[in-house]
Design a protein around this ligand. Structure first.
Ligand SMILES: Cc1cc2nc3c(=O)[nH]c(=O)nc-3n(C[C@H](O)[C@H](O)[C@H](O)COP(=O)(O)OP(=O)(O)OC[C@H]3O[C@@H](n4cnc5c(N)ncnc54)[C@H](O)[C@@H]3O)c2cc1C
Length: 404
């Protein structure tokens, strides 16, 4: 395995870094650094900046608007986005539905849906989970009954992230219920303006509105919006999940969090005037999380090398690495937010949710970086649950790789 970067890759990294330093709006960088709530316009605006540069969909083939990068270039780009403190894009179109349409969609579907997905003129959300179907997704019961050229959808989806920002939702629905539960599931695309759809917000533990429950009552959707074969959506749904698990977090973001944590620990003084970083027990925790991060980086680079040598780029090639990556990146992310709480100490206690809202202009209590600390700690409990909980990822690895 060769994990060193070539001279061309280093030049590419410099180009990306230069562009991001210029192009990332400072007010968005400030929001990312301080954990301030993003608005739809913030995220869509950033999307459009990357779109104008031709860099918004690294994983899409060139003929559909991707930049035509190698796997290593994509890896570098993803890392640099996190290092630059750039906002995260809404991932459901670009990293989930887009690759599915490219792999399984008809020409008409690609023509209709990919261009506005690429430009963010249409924003997407994901309708998989239901009140009775999370880890056990195959038990989903939202039904689609055929009536001529239309599906009539009834049921409810839950935890639908950013549905209140979205124009379209890709969904798994039950179209028959005779054989195995996995058979009889179909992948459909639903315009959220269709009559019969309503939504109720779900506020997460940090107090912000991120997810929703979405209700479908006799919602009529053209059968032409079915992706792949009727009753064969389970395979498509799983293909999409491999992409979702790889897009859950960039190591650049983790490195930025580690850098922030180290600078807090270097500044924060203990009672004797020594910085926290010099306190042996805390120093050991910092070193431990840094080693874990470096080990995950080596794991990723090994996967990039393996896939590059085999020339495989699609979701089917990702394999069990996606499950390992999902577990480790979420654990490290949570560990970093825990250590930040520990480093900030008492200043993590005032929990002013208003301070993270758009438009707040009161002075912070304590250091500015302390404001978002508790909400971030609470918010990122979610990363070990969504995209399939970590327990489920362990089960998949045990079955698929260890043969248990
Ligand atoms: C913030 C957030 C955003 C989300 N966004 C979306 C979205 O946009 N679209 C969408 O479709 N879904 C979304 N989800 C849903 C997410 O995918 C589910 O929450 C997740 O799959 C777990 O399902 P559940 O909540 O029903 O928990 P359950 O499946 O009820 O699990 C409860 C607990 O039991 C454990 N468990 C369950 N089965 C097993 C098993 N066989 N072995 C070992 N342990 C097990 C789980 O790990 C978990 O700890 C989101 C969730 C969150 C928290």
């Amino acid at each position: 395995m060769d994990i060193s970067f070539s001279a061309d890759d280093d030049a590419f990294r410099r180009e990306v870094r230069g562009f991001l330093a210029e192009a990332t709006p400072p007010e968005l960088k400030y929001k990312v650094e301080n954990g301030i709530e993003m608005q739809r316009d913030d995220v869509v605006g950033w999307h459009k900046i990357l779109y104008a540069k031709g860099w918004v969909a690294p994983n899409w083939p060139k003929e559909h608007g991707g930049p035509g990068w190698t796997l290593t270039q994509k890896y570098i780009f993803d890392e640099e986005l996190g290092l630059a403190g750039a906002p995260r894009l809404i991932t459901f179109g670009l990293n989930m539905c887009g690759p599915v349409l490219i792999a399984f969609g008809t020409d008409a579907q690609k023509h209709r849906f990919l261009p506005p997905m690429l430009s963010a003129d249409e924003v997407w959300c994901q309708g998989y989970s239901e009140p009775g179907a999370g880890s056990d997704l195959a038990s989903l019961s939202t039904s689609a009954a055929r009536d001529g050229d239309e599906w009539v959808i009834n049921g409810s989806k839950i935890w639908t992230t950013k549905a209140h920002w979205a124009d379209w939702c890709f969904m798994l629905v039950r179209t028959s219920s005779g054989g195995r539960r996995q058979e009889g599931i179909t992948f459909v695309l639903v315009d959220l303006r269709t009559p019969g759809i309503s939504m109720r917000p779900i506020y997460l533990i940090d107090g912000l509105h991120e997810t929703n429950q979405v209700f479908f009552e006799d919602v009529r959707v053209p059968v032409a919006n079915t992706v792949g074969e009727v009753d064969r959506g389970w395979g498509i749904g799983k293909y999409l999940l491999a992409h979702e698990r790889m897009s859950g977090g960039s190591l650049g973001t983790h490195k930025t969090l580690l850098r922030q944590l180290k600078s807090i620990a270097a500044e924060d003084e203990l009672s004797g005037g020594r910085p926290l970083a010099e306190e042996p027990a805390f120093g050991a925790k910092l070193a431990e999380v840094e080693l874990e991060l470096r080990a995950l980086e080596a794991f990723n680079l090994r996967a990039v090398d393996r896939l590059s040598q085999r020339g495989e780029l699609g979701g089917q090639a990702i394999g069990v690495e996606a499950n390992v990556f999902k577990i480790r990146q979420s654990e490290i992310h949570q560990r970093l937010t825990e250590l930040k709480m520990e480093a900030i100490g008492y200043y993590a206690m005032p929990y002013l949710i208003g301070a993270l809202s758009h438009g707040w202009n009161e002075p912070p209590i304590g250091a500015e970086y302390a404001n978002g600390c508790t909400p971030a700690y609470l918010q990122f409990r979610k990363v070990s649950i969504y995209s399939g909980s970590n327990e489920i990822q362990h089960n998949i690895i045990a079955k698929a790789r260890l043969g248990l």
